[in-house]
Design a protein around this ligand. Sequence first.
Ligand code: BTN
Length: 243
Amino acid sequence: FPVPLIHISETNSTNNYLQTLCARQKVGELTTVVADFQTSGRGQRGNSWESEPLKNLLFSFVLFPVFWEARCQFLISQIISLAIKEELSTYTEDISIKWPNDIYWKEKKICGILIENDLMGRNICQSIAGIGININQEEFYSPAPNPVSLYQITGKRHDVFKILKNIMIRVQSYYAKLQKGDITQITNQYEKSLFRKEGMHRYKDIDGEFLARIICVEPEGRLILEDEKQVRRAYMFKEVEYL
Ligand code: BTN
């Protein structure tokens, strides 16, 4: 396996498991924890992450980025999204990255990412990335967040460990690029991969609904939209909703 791997059958959350492990002992960079089942998988915004046992990929890995300012957090998010997007694209078309870091197939969510950073002053000293990818689940019982699995898309079952291995190979290679400062390629690839990159779409912010198109994503992660009146609007995470 390309990185140190811990496989457990059950935990409350692989993010929690890895956080505890890192607090207790020295853990190598890119150490990965994968679980067959989570009893309280966590999503963004305090949501839960549902997954039937043994069907999907539920894993977390740790990075110790020594010299990055907190504003570079978004780069971590970008390389992880790209690694997953590229791997899933070997199985099907129409995979995109919904800003900031959901992975979509067409209009449905196939993967969610929860990154938890520990800061030391203004620098990130530890970043735990938790990833849930719907692989072999045949049916979903809750309509949110509009889930879909690779099985539902391709009509076939897939080897979750093979996918995990390939994703970690891709993460490793993007991470090496990032450490070399090779940022332009990462940012370009990310922008090219964006969900709703083309055309006008409906969005909603605190002032209500509007039509807009995506102009770009800034290096620090703000999404720049342009509305029908050609007015540019900039959003941080959670400040705008896709309709
Ligand atoms: C989201 O809300 O989109 C993020 C979902 C992240 C789920 C994964 S599953 C593995 C890891 N452990 C957790 O508790 N959450 C993440």
